[in-house]
Design a protein around this ligand. Sequence first.
Ligand SMILES: [Zn+2]
Length: 194
Amino acid sequence: MLSHMRSCACCGRWFEPVDWLCTGCESRLFRRIEKVQVKVIHPAYSLFYLWDWRPEDRNMKTIVESLKGGRPRVAFAKIATLFYFLHPQSPQRWDAIYYPSKGTKDHAYEWAQILGQLIGCPSYPLRTMSRRKQAKLPKSERQKIQFLPQAPKGQRLLFVDDIVTSGATARGAFEALGQPKNFAVWAPFYRRLL
Ligand SMILES: [Zn+2]
């Protein structure tokens, strides 16, 4: 466990103070960012992200997988600080942060916690609907990712996730939160599919 915590999650090299990536891998990763990128993924809101994750990018795959492993907290703290610092809208006030949750404290939880600390707003899990409840829905609704309906805590709501691919999860959240007037999605990775 200790040795795992002290070797680089990308190249595997052993360095005394490494808690995520070694200096070389971290600077290579951070140099790939110019600014926070914006993509309109819905008529009502945009996705803000740092890295394009293309299918052929094996290096990025290793890094993303390391975030799903045992050391997300320190990694997300670094990424969130960078994200917040570079973000064009960071002075904007947000009422609440929502993150997708299966009931456990996973990578999306860590990402939401650290962003909540930076922004100074509360974060809430958005629980996915159980399969049994989903089965009761009309067929057309079942394809969507369903969240338990929850009263929004304000009008300026952020949805955060570690990876956004099709945007279906974000769309489910937007609907579950009652289509808030000001809504944005923040993720470190935008995964491009072929
Ligand atoms: Zn390394």
